[in-house]
Design a binder for this molecule. Structure first.
Ligand SMILES: [Zn+2]
Length: 295
């Protein structure tokens, strides 16, 4: 018998430690064996997931969570970064990803306010990615999108408590997530309408080349109250919307400055969400010519 304590090992590497090289190798092997049932469900999950109509920052957060890359205490302890692995909110269970985002005792009201989750059976020891895949199999797309926002908000609540000693109430998480998602969907529709609407001189949107993203930006003229509206939308070569943002800036910019600020905001947006390489498109040709064409 080996007296060494149990530890998590990456069994795709001889040394038992994860490296980008071994991860890439595993990905290549899996990709070359499409008959593997695990891969099929995983591949199908990720395809489905990346097409959800939720902000990219939420997708990126959940992608990290699925890989246990969010710094919950159990994840940190497994990497020997921390010696404490218990939940900093309820103090009763190890803080796994699933515990932090869904199973924690402090989230009773959140779970109760999600009746669509009644059919999803979950237990503390489950992997977070398996939990999400079973949600995908049992929930409507809209409910899954709402769940994603809830999970993101739960992590924000946890961090607010741990790092700022701020208490966000359990009962406020679901209403906040519903309002956030409504606003995101509305902004997405507005931006899409603004970019693709029935303009007399409208130009048909052209998708970017395969492997590239395209960000369209548009700035509305300042209102009499001194507010400039900026719409940003990012799509892939299939025309799929991957991210959108509608921002208001308190300013009285001249039109060409507002368009230039819109371009800047568009670049910042794609950089922040990691949708790269990206082509930028704006209807303010003179401003685009001043800045650049493709980046
Ligand atoms: Zn807990």
């Amino acid at each position: 018998m080996n007296p060494a304590p149990d530890s998590i090992m990456w069994h795709y590497d001889m040394m038992g430690t994860y490296s980008v090289r071994s991860g890439y190798h595993l990905g290549s092997v899996l990709a070359s064996n499409p008959g593997t049932s695990g891969l099929n469900s995983l591949e199908s999950w990720w395809k489905y997931f990346w097409r959800l109509k939720i902000p990219s920052k939420v997708k990126i957060f959940l992608w990290k969570a699925c890989n246990n890359w969010i710094p919950s205490n159990k994840n940190l302890a497994s990497r020997r970064v921390s010696i404490v692995n218990s939940c900093p909110v309820c103090f009763t269970w190890p803080e796994s990803t699933l515990h932090a985002l869904w199973c924690c005792h402090s989230l009773k009201m959140t779970r109760r306010m999600c009746p669509f989750m009644d059919k999803v059976k979950v237990s503390e020891g489950d992997r977070f990615i398996d939990f999400l895949i079973s949600c995908r199999n049992l929930l409507s797309c809209e409910d899954l999108e709402l769940l994603c926002i809830i999970l993101w908000r739960v992590w924000y609540r946890r961090n607010s408590l741990v790092f700022k000693s701020a208490t966000l109430l359990d009962k406020d998480i679901v209403p906040w997530a519903i309002a956030f998602l409504d606003e995101f969907r509305l902004a997405n529709e507005r931006v899409r309408g603004g970019l693709e609407g029935d303009r007399t001189n409208a130009i048909v949107w052209q998708p970017p080349c395969f492997g590239f993203y395209k960000v369209n930006v548009d700035a509305a003229l300042p209102t009499s109250h001194g507010v400039v509206g900026i719409g940003i939308i990012v799509r892939d070569s299939q025309g799929q919307v991957l991210g959108a943002s509608a921002q208001k800036i308190m300013a009285r910019y001249p039109p060409h400055v507002a368009e230039a600020v819109g371009i800047l905001k568009g670049i910042q947006f794609v950089r922040n969400v990691g949708l790269w390489p990206c082509v930028l498109e704006s209807d303010a040709l003179s401003v685009v010519n001043l800045v650049f064409g493709t980046f």
